[in-house]
Design a binder for this molecule. Sequence first.
Ligand SMILES: [Zn+2]
Length: 143
Amino acid sequence: MVVDMAKKDMYVRLLDTVLDRVAKSVTKSGDRELVLRPVLIHGGRNVILSNLKQIAEALNREPEHIARFMLKETGRAGAVEEDRLVIQGRITPEEVRRLIELYVKEFVKCPICGGIDTRLVSEKKFRFVVCEVCGAKNPVRKI
Ligand SMILES: [Zn+2]
């Protein structure tokens, strides 16, 4: 397989300073940069990730999949309610950003070319990240 090193320029950036957009895209010929900003609302005993759906759409993943990952990684209870993820207990914005970074690394980013335009595909018992850029197909764990 031919790997185009220029594609390594594609990456996902997580910021807490960009307020006006969830994703900005398309600079040139397939290069794409995503800016994700998790928006958290701190309740009494919960933390609500209020833009789960936008993050999921930007990453082309199911909100429930991202939610399962976050809850499993943190060992916390929680649930998807409409477009939001309600997490029981305390969680800091930094932890949430780190979780999304880990999710992107494991379930979005192509390990071959670094592209982020990928699909999650189920085949029998197995799950794969299929890259739209280079066509690579890499197995991922089921969550
Ligand atoms: Zn790729």
